[in-house]
Design a protein around this ligand. Sequence first.
Ligand SMILES: [Zn+2]
Length: 194
Amino acid sequence: MKRIVVYPEPILREKCLAVTSWEKNEEETKKELLQALEKSKIGIGLAAPQIGEKERIFVIKGVHPFHHGRVLVNPEIVDNFDEEKVYPLMEDEEGNREEFLEGCLSFPDIYGPVKRWLRIKARWYEPRQGELVETEAVLEGLGAIVFQHELDHLEGILFIDHLKEEGRLPVVFDKEGKKRTLSWKEFEAKVSSF
Ligand SMILES: [Zn+2]
């Protein structure tokens, strides 16, 4: 099984190539992605460059409408319903609303707030008996967020790029689960230990 590539390995910065036909190699990539995501336990999405493949393929699992793990090929956003990107909110155990923090399997234990559309119409292809079948769906909430995160990976864009653009900082959690922001210098020290 392939290991998950961690930052700053160069493949994470490469633009992936469109899949033109579903062959043995693509079927293998799909299996490896689903296996690696399954093994990670905490991940809900994984893109081909994260296992060292430069193809426009990612998998999403455990999120509506991708519950049991689905593979998305040549994905794109076809509509954002003219809505603005926002920092998604989530409720903590006491019911307080706070910013949702994105994570990435290529940045173990590092999180951050990223502006996303909360509703998109997405289009992609799914392999069925070796054929690529076009699929379209309106994605909301976490489904929309993870789709945008994985789509970024296919362009070589990482969630820390959005933090930098928006002047936000990465976040880690201590053993008690308390949130702490990292300076970019602390971030560099942490990623050098990956
Ligand atoms: Zn990621």
